[in-house]
Design a protein around this ligand. Structure first.
Ligand SMILES: [Zn+2]
Length: 320
């Protein structure tokens, strides 16, 4: 039976329900915990987060559940004991990641690490656990540093992730799908099948035009339309926002041409760390806005189930 590592232990892939494949319980830049203007008490964090996850759980009921993949890297506020408590309280399956959002968010302790060191660290977090929590990571996060080209450290992290993915069977999630030629070259050199990689943020307002989504799909990679809801229609849209209709049409075109290659998510923050976050945007955009938009565009229920239940379950399943 295929299974997925969640923070409360392995779960059968058939029990995941609707999967939000790229989300954040709380994301912050390394060091944001040192800025006292943004400190939150544990109670404040729970108060902001629990209602969103409970709602997600309710929405997921008709689909047999809900799974929240936390794509927060090692230095960006990942807090696994807290995730375990949230999962217990709300019933939402939470998948934690190992890895880094990008080389530029890896703190100095990690920034000179070798591929071997990084791969060992990732494998340990996937097979033994994250610290003393007993929770095993279910995905590996990698990413492209600011500037648009992979740095040497980004490349070491991608190579280490490929090795850890091959030896453990968990998949890789990327922050940004730009500079995909370099990423795919590394994955090929390491012989990681490209359907084990979700190339993320192909749909945001800054990167959509720079991302070769069709080419990535033709190489066998999966493409993440995972910033749904960051739209110019928000009261105070972030710089990576995009008009709602434009993103939706992009997604629909892609799904029609490359069935099985796309995964969708909202990249929302339940309780942002060190920044105010984007008001009015939550993981529940998937149920409350995206699914209705897809239905209105003529997408049938079988396709919706495939997009949000079956394809992500296949992606997240540990390949032994
Ligand atoms: Zn993210």
């Amino acid at each position: 039976m295929s299974r997925v590592n969640t923070v409360l232990g392995p779960v059968a892939a058939e029990e995941l329900g609707v999967v939000a494949v790229h989300e954040h319980i709380g994301y912050g830049m390394p060091g944001s915990e040192l800025d006292s203007r943004w400190w939150k008490t544990p109670e404040e964090r729970y108060e902001e987060t629990v209602p969103k996850l409970r709602r997600f759980h309710e929405h997921g009921r008709p689909y047999g559940g809900g799974t929240f993949v936390d794509a927060t890297g090692i230095c960006n506020g990942r807090d696994v004991d807290y995730y375990r408590s949230l999962s217990t309280k709300t019933g939402v399956h939470i998948v934690a990641c190992t890895g880094f959002v990008g080389g530029d968010t890896a703190l100095p302790f990690f920034s000179r690490a070798s591929v071997e060191y990084l791969a060992d660290q990732f494998v340990h977090e996937i097979t033994v656990g994250i610290g003393g929590t007993g929770a095993r990571a279910g995905v590996i996060k990698v990413g492209v540093s600011r500037g648009g080209r992979m740095t040497d450290l980004d490349k070491r992290i991608y190579r280490a992730a490929a090795r850890a993915a091959l030896s453990t069977g968990v998949p890789v999630l990327t922050h940004l799908a730009i500079d995909a030629e370099n990423a795919i070259a590394i994955f090929r050199e390491e012989a990681l099948p490209l359907d084990r990689v979700l190339f993320g943020h192909a749909d945001d307002g800054v990167n959509a035009a720079k991302t070769r989504d069709t080419w990535i799909a033709e190489q066998g990679g999966r493409v993440g339309f995972d910033t749904f809801g960051y739209e110019t229609e928000l009261d105070d849209p972030p710089f990576w926002a995009r008009p709602r209709k434009e993103r939706l049409e992009h997604f629909l075109r892609f799904v029609e041409r490359h069935p099985g290659s796309a995964l969708a998510s909202a990249d929302a923050n339940c309780s942002p760390l060190g920044w105010p976050g984007v008001k009015g945007h939550t993981v529940n955009y998937i149920f409350e806005d995206l699914m209705p938009d897809l239905r209105a565009a003529g997408v049938d229920e079988a396709t919706i189930t495939r997009l949000f239940v079956d394809d992500p379950a296949d992606f997240l399943s540990i390949h032994d």
